[in-house]
Design a protein around this ligand. Sequence first.
Ligand SMILES: NC(=O)c1ccc[n+]([C@@H]2O[C@H](COP(=O)([O-])OP(=O)(O)OC[C@H]3O[C@@H](n4cnc5c(N)ncnc54)[C@H](OP(=O)(O)O)[C@@H]3O)[C@@H](O)[C@H]2O)c1
Length: 286
Amino acid sequence: MTVLVTGARGNIGSRVVARLDAAGQRVRASGRDVGTMSVPDGVETVELDLTAADGFEDAVKGVDAVFLYATRGSAAPFLNAAREAGVRHVVFLSSPASYEAAEFRGPIGRIHRAAEQAVAESGLDHTVLYPSWLATNARLDWGAAIRAGEPVELPYPAAQCVPIHPDDAAEAAVELLLHDTHRSRMQILTGPESLRLDEAVATVGAVLGRSIPVREISREDALARREAWMRPEILESLLDSAAASVGRPAPLTNTVERITGRPARPLREWVVENRAGFDRETDLPL
Ligand SMILES: NC(=O)c1ccc[n+]([C@@H]2O[C@H](COP(=O)([O-])OP(=O)(O)OC[C@H]3O[C@@H](n4cnc5c(N)ncnc54)[C@H](OP(=O)(O)O)[C@@H]3O)[C@@H](O)[C@H]2O)c1
C-alpha cells in the first residue's frame, strides 16, 4: 500500500509519516518545499501545493490513500487528480470549528467546511477527523511566556479545552489510512479530560516543578497583543470559541480508544515528553 501524506513537515503529518514508515508501509511525504522537510530514511518525498491548479501526477501516481490537511485555497483540482489516479480513501484532518456554534460562521469554520465540501464533492471515499485542542497549543501559545518566567496571559482563563496528544490524532489517522473498519464516518477525537485553560497551564507547571502565574486580560488587550502572523478575524474567532466554553466542560469521546485500541493520553504525558520546550528555546519537534 502507498500512502501520500500531505503536510509531512507538520505536527501531525510528520507523526503520520513516521508511524506509516515504522509499520513498513510505502510512504510518499509531501510539502510545498521538500527542501525543508526531514523524513525517515527511505521515505519518498514530493513537492505538492494542494491549492495548485494542476501538476499533481508525481504526487498521486500509484497512491492508495491520502492524509489531507485543510488549506485556505481550494484543493478540488488535487482531489480530482487523486480520484483519477485511483486513490481509494482520504483521511481528512478537519476541525470542530466546522460545526461548533461559536466558530461555525467565523473564518476557521468557513475554511474547514469549504475543505470538507471539496472532499465530499470529489466523490472520493473519505473519513473526516475532528481533533479537540491539540496539546501542542500549550507550547505555541504559552511557551514563550513560560520560558521567560513571565505570567501566561489568558483572556478567558476559565474557558474549557480538551487537550489531545498529537500522537493520538496521528495514530487514529494511520489506523484509518491502513484499515477500513472505522472509515467513512465523522470521527471526533478528544483527549481524556476537559480542563480550564488555567488548569492546563497548572499542568505544565506541575511537570516543570514550579507554579506558573496566570494573568487574566481583557478581550481588548488580547486583540491589542495579537501577533503579526495571526489574522485579526482568526483571533476574534478563537476568542469567541473560548468565551463560549467558559464554565462548560467540553464533551469527551472514546474515539481514540475505539480506533487505536489504547486510551487517549492525558496532557501531562505530552508535557513530560516535551518539557524541554518550556525550559528554553528548542528545536524539538512540536
Ligand atoms: N490547533 C488545534 O487545536 C486544532 C484543533 C482541531 C483541528 N486542528 C486542525 O489541525 C491543523 C493543525 O495541525 P498541525 O498542528 O499538524 O499543523 P501544522 O504543524 O501547522 O502543519 C500544517 C501543514 O499543512 C500543510 N499545508 C498548509 N497549506 C498547504 C498547501 N496549500 N499545500 C500543501 N500543504 C499545505 C503545511 O505544509 P508545508 O510543509 O508545505 O507548509 C504543514 O505541513 C489546523 O490547521 C486545523 O486544520 C487544529
